[in-house]
Structure formats: C-alpha cells, structure tokens
Write a protein that binds this ligand. Structure first.
Ligand SMILES: NC(=O)c1ccc[n+]([C@@H]2O[C@H](COP(=O)([O-])OP(=O)(O)OC[C@H]3O[C@@H](n4cnc5c(N)ncnc54)[C@H](O)[C@@H]3O)[C@@H](O)[C@H]2O)c1
Length: 340
C-alpha cells in the first residue's frame, strides 16, 4: 500500500522523508509553484518513491496520480498556496488551488475507492491553528469555534475543513484536518525566500543578512508554533485508528509565543554565532497579553512533541549561514512573513 503525498513542499518533503525512513512506498505530486523541483527530486532519488509533476486544480492530474499510486493507505493533502503574503500569488491562484483543489482531491479519492470497491483511504489535510482566529484564551482544543481570518490562504482552511466534513458525513470518507501551528525547523526542503518562510526563519535570515527587523503592532498577540518534526509526527498519527466516515480535526501546536518573544530567541542564538544584534533585541520582552493553552486530541494518542523555538534556532541559523539571502524590496515590511 502506498502513501500519497499531494504537495511536496516544506512540510510535505519532511513527511515524505519520514515515510521513506519507515520503509513505505511513497508517490508524491507537486506543480513546482513554491518549491524548487531539484530539491524535491533529490529527496526522492534512490528511494522507493515516485515524484509526479501535476496540479490539484486539474481533475485529470489527480485521477492519474491516484491510479498510479493505488492501492493507497493514506492521502496527505499538503498542496496549497500557503502564503499570506500578497506578493506570493494572485487571489485567483489561491482560490483555485485552496478551494477547488481540495474539492477535486476529495472527489477523486472517493471515486477511486468506489471504482475499486474498497473503503476510501483517510485524507489528512494540512489545516492551520490560525483557524481559531485572534483573541484566544483558556484551553484551545479542537472544539474551539472558528475565528476571524485575515487573508485568503487561511480563510480557505475554513472552507476546506467544512468540505471534508461534508464528505465524511455524506460519503463515508475519513477526513482529518491537522491544525498546524506556525511551523519552523530545518527539513529536506527549507526555504529562504522571505515570501514563503515563517517568522523564526525570516528573523534568522534577516539577522544573518544584516537586514532590518521590524515588528508590526499586531505582532504582540500570542501565536501557536510547532517544530517541523513534531508536525510530521502529528500528521502521521492523526488518522490512526479512526473509523470510516470520521471527521476528526487535530491540533498540532506546541508553544505559544508573541513575535517579540520569537525575535528574542533568534537574537540570543544569533549572538552565540557572533552576529551583531541591535540592543533592543537583547532584552527579554515583557508582554502582558492574555495567553491561551493548546490542547490536542493527539496527546492521548501518544503524540510527544520534542522541540521548542529557543532550542531550534542554532540549527536554523547554522543551516542558513553562508547561504545568500534574497534581499526584499525596500517597501517590504516584516509582515511579508506568511504566518503572522
Ligand atoms: N508551514 C507552516 O507554518 C504551516 C502552518 C499551518 C498550516 N500549513 C499548511 O500546511 C500545508 C503545507 O504547507 P507548507 O509549509 O509545506 O507549504 P509549501 O508552500 O512549502 O508547500 C505547498 C506545496 O504545494 C505546491 N503547490 C502549490 N499549488 C499547487 C497546485 N495547484 N497543485 C499542486 N501543487 C501545488 C507548492 O509547489 C508547494 O510545494 C499548506 O496547506 C499550509 O497552508 C503550513
């Protein structure tokens, strides 16, 4: 049985590597929109893996990769226009990929299973903790209501999750949205284009490149984070043991920080690398914002997150050190980062 990964980007590539390490056969599809094709290719080379160039906006591409991969044990839907940065993609591209794409994928998985006379494999969807919106407090588990959204990419998670729920109720599919916090950490495909990296990576790149670091006023609200390795573990665990026809969202976030607190951790690590960091970053930020606590149904299933932002910064800085940084235009502010 094959593991089918739609979207071999930052998280998809790490998930592929993890499944290959477990000895699984992997078929992956990506259209190369936001990921260097050679980097994905290197990951697949010499392994029990096939990489197909295809687009989740096209029913034919999806049907073809499913029939190539069949029988499939699990489908991961991680192909998306994942950036909130308006320069990353047109609104049309984001809508077509993030709204139409999940519909076509769910329909294709359902139809392939019907044609084969077998139950549909679970579809694990790369959703976001941002779904809950701002102003969180107390315990945030998977029953927390959806909140306000600030960009099309994150807004599309609301639709795709409801779509998955509809297919679970109506077609007996198992659909598992994994609500990922802001993911950080080094993986097989670690980006450095500031339009496509998350805040810990953006700060590391800016400090290494001697570029200005600014924090916009919305940066003081607490955000949820998750290391790449912990995210992969959550994606793999989330569909285990679920009955057919289940819609089962799962939180995958481990740490609550404000953006100034992230910068403080980046700077503490950068100093150890001998990088000149302005004084403002040397003080532990004291913010009196209301915090929330992350709860996940995966804890009871044995999910044991192992990482935090502070402990991961040396590895991230080491990874980027020596690599050229894409210099942003002068009018690009720190809100380039897609997940803050
Ligand atoms: N990275 C994070 O911090 C984070 C946090 C929460 C949720 N997520 C979600 O997890 C998923 C994966 O995120 P990621 O960080 O790996 O993003 P990514 O951009 O690295 O990966 C997405 C992949 O999808 C591909 N793609 C884009 N449009 C496509 C299309 N039409 N057809 C086929 N492939 C297409 C891209 O080329 C890219 O390789 C996304 O849905 C994202 O919204 C990510």
């Amino acid at each position: 049985m094959t593991v089918l990964v739609l979207g071999a980007g930052y998280i998809g590539a790490a998930l592929i590597a993890s499944h290959l390490q477990s000895g699984d056969r992997v078929v992956a599809m990506d259209n190369g929109f936001a990921t260097d094709w050679d980097a994905i290719g290197r990951l697949m080379d010499g392994n029990c893996a096939t990489l197909v160039r295809g687009d989740i906006r096209e029913a034919g591409s999806i049907a073809s990769v499913i029939s190539h991969a069949w029988p499939v044990r699990v489908v991961y839907l991680l192909a998306a226009q994942a950036s909130a940065n308006p320069d990353a993609a047109t609104p049309e591209y984001t809508e077509e990929t993030n709204l139409r794409g999940p519909r076509l994928v769910l329909e294709a998985v359902r139809d392939a299973a019907r044609a084969a006379g077998s139950p549909p494999p679970p579809v694990v969807y790369g959703s976001s903790f941002h779904l809950y919106g701002p102003g969180l407090h107390g315990d945030v588990d998977e029953t927390c209501p959806v909140g306000a959204q600030a960009d099309l990419s994150h807004l599309s998670k609301v639709y795709a999750e409801r779509l998955g729920e509809m297919h679970a109720n109506r077609d007996g599919m198992t659909v598992v949205p994994v609500r990922l916090g802001i993911v950080y950490g080094v993986g097989p495909v670690t980006k450095r284009d500031l339009r496509f990296v998350t805040v810990p990576h953006a700060f590391a790149l800016r400090r290494l490149g001697g570029l200005p670091v600014t924090i916009n006023p919305s940066g003081v609200r607490p955000l949820a984070f998750c290391h790449l390795e912990d995210a992969v573990a959550a994606l793999r665990l989330a569909p285990v043991g679920l009955a057919p026809g289940t819609f089962a969202p799962a939180n995958a976030a481990t740490e609550v920080l404000t953006v100034p607190e992230v910068l403080y951790r980046v700077d503490a690590s950068a100093r150890e690398f001998g990088i000149a960091v302005p004084d403002a970053g040397s003080r532990e930020p004291r913010t009196s914002v209301v915090r929330f606590r992350i709860r996940s149904r995966l804890a009871a299933a044995g999910w044991l997150p192992r990482h935090d932002v502070a402990g991961s910064m040396p590895e991230i800085l080491r990874h980027y050190a020596g690599q050229p940084v894409r210099t942003p235009r002068s009018d690009e502010a720190d809100d380039l980062r897609r997940d803050t």
